[in-house]
Design a protein. Structure first.
Length: 112
C-alpha cells in the first residue's frame, strides 16, 4: 500500500473563527466527507463544552474537523457567541449520524 506521507493530501490546517467553520459547513450539517468534534483538548485547547459556555464559564471552544476523503484535519480554539451554539450543536449531531452512515458495512452486526 502506498503511503500518503509527504503527499499533497496530508494536511493539518488551523481554524481561527466561527466563520472558518461556517465556510466548511455552510448548511450547518456534517456529511460523510466532513465531521466536526468539539472539546477535544490536546495541544490546541481545552475540554470546555457548549454547556459550559452557556453557563458563562468560558467563551471559547476547541474544534477538530476531520475530512477523511481529503486526509485533512482542521483544528483550533476559537471564541464563539451564544448565538453560535445551536449551529454547533446541529453540527455535532449530524457528525455522529454521518460517521455512522460512512461506516455502514464496517459495524458490528446487531442481533434481531
Amino acid at each position: 500500500m502506498d503511503t500518503l506521507i509527504g503527499s499533497d493530501y496530508k494536511n493539518i490546517k488551523p481554524l481561527f473563527s466561527i466563520n472558518d467553520i461556517r465556510a466548511i459547513f455552510p448548511t450547518g450539517k456534517a456529511n460523510t466527507e466532513s465531521w466536526l468534534f468539539l472539546s477535544t483538548s490536546g495541544i490546541n485547547g481545552t475540554y470546555i463544552t457548549l454547556d459550559d459556555i452557556e453557563k458563562g464559564k468560558a467563551n471559547g471552544i476547541t474544534i477538530l474537523i476531520i475530512q477523511p476523503r481529503l486526509v485533512c484535519i482542521h483544528q483550533g480554539h476559537i471564541e464563539i457567541g451564544i448565538e453560535d451554539i445551536p449551529y454547533l450543536r446541529k453540527l455535532v449531531a449530524s457528525t455522529i449520524k454521518a460517521i455512522s452512515i460512512s461506516q455502514t458495512g464496517n459495524l458490528e452486526k446487531q442481533e434481531s
